[in-house]
Write a protein that binds this ligand. Structure first.
Ligand code: NAG
Length: 218
């Protein structure tokens, strides 16, 4: 089987600029709330020397906490989850939270590869298709539906707690979402109850952490 050129283009675009991968035009007016702005990287060399905790969700040494830097400053830096970062930029309430030094969060950023493995696009909801058919995302109403679905997807990947301790039950920002927690078994960290593997802690900054998560294995 040959890959279609559209598919290859998608991969190319994903690897070069997640910005282009957001819904064409749909969210373009939001892109100037660009959180990739060059924030001064204020390291805190005199911060308290915290002993490394033994329960970090990574087999590697997590990056040291960076005081003064916010999640919003670091979300766009890592290409491996830049699709998710661009979705976050399209959701103003969540972008604002990640830019707020008084609100801690743990961001569960799916790898681009995990988003590509989803059965549908994050802005699609099978319920919309069954109710409205193939044109579910056409027109202004369709754009509104897509926007809402992206918002739900992003909210479901942000936990309003950090530090988030092992087995501490909490809920994502998504209204009515189920309880989730994480655990470490033999050095493999997983989100529960779904078992999604946490690959690493990408960043630890003043208002929380960014964790990178893999696709759910069926
Ligand atoms: C927020 O996160 C910072 C950095 O990890 C931590 O020092 C602080 O105690 C946290 N605040 C709350 C309310 O959890």
């Amino acid at each position: 089987m040959r890959f279609s050129s559209a598919y290859l283009l998608q991969i190319l675009v994903a690897s070069t600029s997640a910005q282009l991968l957001t819904l064409p035009k749909l969210f373009s007016q939001d892109t100037n709330t660009d959180t990739d702005r060059q924030a001064p990287l204020i390291m805190d060399p005199v911060g308290p020397a915290m002993p490394p905790t033994t329960k970090e969700p990574s087999s590697q040494q997590p990056p040291p906490a960076q005081g003064g830097v916010l999640i919003s400053d670091v979300m766009g830096r890592d290409r491996s989850f830049n699709m998710f970062a661009s979705f976050v930029r399209d959701v103003e309430s969540v972008s604002r939270r990640l830019d707020d030094s008084s609100k801690n969060s743990t961001v569960l950023a799916p790898l681009n590869s995990a988003i590509e493995k989803l059965p549908g696009k994050p802005w699609e909801d099978p319920k919309d298709y069954s109710a409205l058919g193939a044109t579910a995302y056409d027109g202004d109403d369709g754009q509104e539906r897509a926007r809402r679905n992206i918002r739900r997807f992003v909210e479901a990947h942000v936990v309003p707690v950090s530090p988030w301790r092992e087995r501490e039950k909490t809920r994502s920002l998504l209204d009515g979402d189920k309880e989730i927690w994480w655990e470490n078994k033999d050095g493999v960290m997983t989100l529960q109850p779904d078992g999604t593997e946490i690959q690493s802690v990408a960043s630890r900054v003043g208002n929380g952490e960014v964790w990178v998560i893999k696709a759910n294995e069926p």
